[in-house]
Structure formats: structure tokens, C-alpha cells
Design a protein around this ligand. Structure first.
Ligand code: ZN
Ligand code: ZN
Length: 188
């Protein structure tokens, strides 16, 4: 069984009511979520623009206690290409068969007080975002980019209901149905 570590770093093998599963691109990091998101939203802030290289991020904020991470050898072929061969092994050289994968596969950028971003050091996938401590609405939340959640493209539970930092929203972007717009971060 893969090692399971909850978001506070304690080992915990109990099976919760799993509502969502997901992984990074190479599948070295997989996770489960046992609660619904507090909110799924689009974020147009500069941090999200820079860190995604896109115009906005599609995120969901979950209770930290709902998240469990596990680690294993990466998938041999993360790229779902019909032409993928052994020489295009998505694992690269980072993990041969003798290399154990543990939580150290997750790299952290930033510090708790001012915000942290965690990503898979093998494939670079953005996985977890912890907003700076002074943002009250996010203090007990972990933000997960929705695209790393399995089946998120058809999941009504993850439909965005808010847009944050609309002060930076692209002019060319059409209005979204069913989202509440905030100039900065929403507060509830
Ligand atoms: Zn990965
Ligand atoms: Zn943002």
C-alpha cells in the first residue's frame, strides 16, 4: 500500500469517504479528498497568471483535513500519445526502478506566512497552494488546481461559482455564467 500522509504530516491509513481523486502529470503524487470544496473559482491574480503561464487559474479551496497524499513510482508514460515509446519515458532519469518515492518528491516554493506553492519535482505539476496566513477565508484551506482532479471536466461539484481578482481579468474574456465577480479575493 502506498504511504498516505494527511495535510498535517501525520500518517493515517484509515479509509475516508473519498469524494475526489487526482494526481500530478507523472502520477508520482496522487491524492484523495474526503469533503466537497468550500468554493471552486477562477483566479485572475498576478501570482496565478505567472505560476500557470496562463491568463487565469481554475482553483478549488478544500478543508485541509480533507486532503490525503500518497506517493509512488511515476507512471512510465504520462504522455497519452499514440506515438509514445520507451525512449520518451515521461519519468526521465529522476526515478529508476530502485528509487523509492516519498513525500520529498513534492517541492515547496514560498513560506507559510507569505504563502506556499507545492509542486511535483519530477513533472512540475502544480498541486497545492496555501494562501498567505493573513487571508482569513483561506486559513484552514488548501487550494487545489482543478485540472489535477480526476474527471473534473464533467464534475458539477467543481463548477466555478466565483472569480477572484477581476481587477486583472482579461478584457477579451467573455462573461461567465453563474460566477460572482470580486475585485480581489472573496471573503467568504
Ligand atoms: Zn509528477
Ligand atoms: Zn490567484
Amino acid at each position: 500500500m502506498a504511504t498516505i500522509i494527511n495535510s498535517t504530516g501525520e500518517q493515517d491509513q484509515t479509509e475516508d469517504n473519498v469524494l475526489f481523486t487526482g494526481s500530478c502529470f507523472c502520477r508520482a503524487v496522487t491524492f484523495t479528498l474526503s469533503e466537497l470544496p468550500m468554493k471552486a473559482y477562477l483566479c485572475h491574480c498576478l501570482n496565478c497568471r505567472r505560476s500557470t503561464g496562463s491568463s487565469f487559474a481554475y482553483n478549488a479551496a478544500f478543508p485541509r483535513s480533507a486532503l490525503k497524499l500518497s506517493f509512488q513510482k511515476p507512471a512510465r508514460t504520462a504522455f497519452a500519445s499514440p506515438t509514445a515509446t520507451g525512449s520518451e519515458d515521461a519519468r526521465g532519469d529522476a526515478a529508476d526502478d530502485s528509487t523509492a518515492i516519498d513525500e520529498s518528491v513534492i517541492s515547496t516554493f514560498g513560506v507559510k506566512a507569505s504563502g506556499m506553492r507545492k509542486f511535483c519535482s519530477l513533472c512540475g505539476t502544480r498541486l497545492l497552494i496555501y494562501v498567505r496566513e493573513e487571508v482569513a477565508v483561506m486559513q484552514d484551506k488548501v487550494i487545489i488546481p482543478v485540472g489535477v482532479i480526476d474527471g473534473s471536466e464533467k464534475d458539477e461539484r467543481l463548477r466555478p461559482t466565483a472569480e477572484a481578482f477581476c481587477e486583472r481579468r482579461e478584457e477579451w474574456m467573455p462573461d461567465m455564467r453563474g460566477t460572482e465577480a470580486f475585485d480581489k479575493m472573496f471573503t467568504a
